[in-house]
Design a protein around this ligand. Structure first.
Ligand SMILES: [Zn+2]
Length: 223
């Protein structure tokens, strides 16, 4: 019985590959991706984006696509373990970092990862401390759960590696220590931000990018 049911299940998943929920998520990500690329935050096909389609599927960028020219054809589906659904295409090399965010924060609806100049420079500058503490800015209120400027956020800076399991372990260690995680940087690499939907993830990404830019300017002006 179990064996016979497998082809039906596969067919159902494959036919779902271009259903309305996937297309809506793919279009939202493609549009956001093009906007982020226009701001110069996704150089040289870097960066990757994902959004929840339903309880067991994500839409995520196909590996290596030019983010300035994204269409829904550049998005594919994976399950919550990062396995491709209904396509031989390869998802982003950093898919495990996306699926980790959905697993650790189940309300997450979208994850945006970019490689902007500010994010990259800040990650290098603060890599030794392993974190950046940002406080006193009105824009901190743009981050979910922060209702006043009179607060601080700490963004960890994790060492870069091509071993995604290592990065997943670093993020797990931070969270398992009970520390808040409004987003994170990877040294010499870029930023991960997320939210309840694409719009909120975008707002968080914009806010953190702005805050990092301010901190970098202050370091320059004070030196
Ligand atoms: Zn990356």
């Amino acid at each position: 019985m179990t064996r016979r049911s497998i082809p039906y299940r596969r067919t159902a998943i494959t036919s779902a590959a271009h259903d309305a929920a996937f297309l809506a998520a793919a279009r939202a990500l493609a549009e956001t991706g093009r906007e982020l690329a226009a701001r110069g935050w996704t150089p040289a096909t870097s960066s990757n984006f994902s959004a929840r389609v339903d309880a067991r599927r994500l839409a995520i960028t196909v590996s290596g696509r030019d983010k300035g020219r994204l269409t829904e054809a550049d998005l594919m589906q994976v399950d919550l373990e990062g396995q491709a659904i209904g396509t031989p295409q390869r998802p982003s090399a950093e898919t495990l970092l996306h699926t980790q965010v959905y697993a650790r924060f189940p309300a997450t609806g979208a994850v945006l990862h970019t490689h902007s100049h500010n994010q990259t420079v800040a990650s290098r500058l603060y890599a030794r401390e392993g974190m950046i503490r940002i406080e006193g800015y009105e824009l901190i209120k743009a981050l979910r759960g922060h209702d006043t400027h009179d607060t601080a956020i700490t963004l960890p800076v994790f060492p870069n590696t091509q071993d995604m399991h290592q990065l997943v372990a670093d993020v797990d260690r931070w969270l398992d220590a009970g520390r808040p995680l409004p987003g994170y940087l990877i040294d010499g690499h870029g930023l991960y931000a997320w939210g309840l939907d694409v719009a909120e993830a975008r707002r968080h990404l914009d806010a953190i990018e702005f805050l990092l830019g301010c901190e970098l300017d202050l370091r320059r002006l004070r030196s």
